[in-house]
Design a protein around this ligand. Structure first.
Ligand SMILES: [Zn+2]
Length: 87
């Protein structure tokens, strides 16, 4: 049985009686759009997931760059040159 949920007021609508009327329909309580429950995620959720992935991928690189910058500053900017001489 298809089920729809209002994202604004959390009202659930059962779609068995009039599924065609409920797809893409508005909540009878508050007028917000209904999202299918248990189906594929809605567009809002898809965008939120992509933003999460973007920040999850970006964070390690930012932390690493910050560490390298701190090391470079601690050594007075000579770390890279010294590493080249010792190698
Ligand atoms: Zn509602």
């Amino acid at each position: 049985m298809a089920q729809f949920k209002c994202v604004a007021c959390n009202t659930r609508q059962h779609g068995a009686a009039r599924p065609a009327d409920l797809v893409g329909d508005l909540c009878p309580g508050c007028g917000a759009s209904l999202e299918p429950v248990g189906g594929p995620p809605g567009r809002h959720q898809q965008i939120a997931d992509r933003v999460d992935v973007f920040f999850a991928r970006r964070e390690p690189g930012v932390a690493e760059a910050r560490l390298e910058a701190e090391r470079w500053l601690d050594d007075g900017g000579r770390a890279t040159a010294e590493a080249g001489v010792e190698a």
